[in-house]
Design a protein around this ligand. Sequence first.
Ligand code: FAD
Ligand code: NAD
Length: 397
Amino acid sequence: MALPKIVVLGAGYGGLMTTVRLQKELNHHEAEVTLVNLNPYHYVTTKLHEPAAGTLPPDYARVDIASVLKQDKVQFIQDRVTKVDPENKEVSLAEGEPLKYDYLVFGLGSAPETFGIKGLLENAFFIRNLNGVRFIREHMEYMFAKYNALEEKRDDLLTIVVGGAGFTGIEYVGELVDRIPELCQEFDIPREKVRLINVEAAPTVLPGFDQELVDYAVEYLKERGVEFYINTPIEECTDDGVVLKGGEKIDAATVVWTGGVRGNPLLEEAGIETARGRVKVDEYLRVPGYEDFFVVGDSSLIFNDEGRPYPPTAQMATQQGQHLSKNLVSLLRGGSIEPYKFESKGTLASLGRGSAIGIAFGKKVVGSKASFLKRVNDWRWYYMIGGLSLMFKKAKL
Ligand code: FAD
Ligand code: NAD
């Protein structure tokens, strides 16, 4: 008899967590599990701001998928998913044959939210994946090298604009605060020549977050040379900078957009109803109307008890993966499934190597203590997917 087929799309926080838990819990004869991912490696999205700034080697945020999967339990396919067809229970791939499934787990992460802002997609950088952040880092270094190589001193070459002061923007600016002095030393450029500008549309940075912690972050970053433009939406991105609401132009050779995310477009393309690309999944993480189609991570949308959407986070994706794997095992064994409920463990945001802000165990934390807790979080993820050996290997980097 053919085994039930579980196909997991995406080896991010949600997809990889689901897969490693399935491989642990399922016996060989219970199901055929297939994981599809664009790259042969998992990248740790929550660390990408560091290689993007150049404060950490890209290898820290990269894990070979083969090293965490058991080949006799999970088949891995490296390919690009191009279409999901829930009516025919089929997934199309760019290179390989289409895959049939009995259960589908969609974990293809997010896409940048550009709000239709002119020129962003063409001219800005995005902190999205490993190749993208390698490119940002190389680009910045090239701009520093170019500044000195040209006879005419162009200030725009040393101007970096980060668009959006949400968690991604603030964490990236925090890394740049550490990195810029190193670049200045390497390229013989006085620090005061470099401008690091964080532009935010809302009246405050980190909108909605605890005000005391926001004030701490802003003060910390301002003291280290960050210029904040608050209440100032970016309205256009050109090949030589950004245009702000009101018409002011900032000439900048490096513009990094961290203005938000939306769900993966493949869901909308499959005809599924979404809100900013995210699917309002039911309490079992299923796409409404389908018993066999689950969404985890940034493409899923769930609400808290007050009816407000939870922000898409790695914490959420990880918990969903853990929960869904249990439900899938139960389904395969003829059991019942349990509703999913998010349990917040807090929020920590780094401000570079030595500092962070956040709420952990219900208490506010700042500085080196918060920074340490943030690192413990990273180690925990490595432990969950690859055990102690992976955790120690990464902790050494
Ligand atoms: P991802 O982890 O993004 O993984 C998606 C996977 O799908 C990737 O492997 C990708 O290659 C693959 N993929 C995409 N499209 C295709 C395709 N068509 N075919 C095949 N494969 C494909 N959250 C926190 O909780 N704490 C934090 O500290 C934190 N820090 C962050 C820092 C940064 C810089 C950023 C950008 C985000 C951070 N987040 C944090 C948010 C968190 O990273 C995301 O919520 C989380 O990664 C979502 O997990 P996911 O499984 O949905 O997608
Ligand atoms: P976000 O949506 O949280 O923040 C985007 C910011 O960009 C907002 O403050 C928004 O007001 C601003 N913005 C939007 N349009 C703009 C414009 N035209 N000009 C200037 N500013 C503009 O997006 P994010 O920071 O990429 O985070 C994405 C998700 O990942 C969130 O759910 C976040 O909680 C999560 N995340 C968590 C952490 C952490 O826990 N440490 C770190 C990074 C990201």
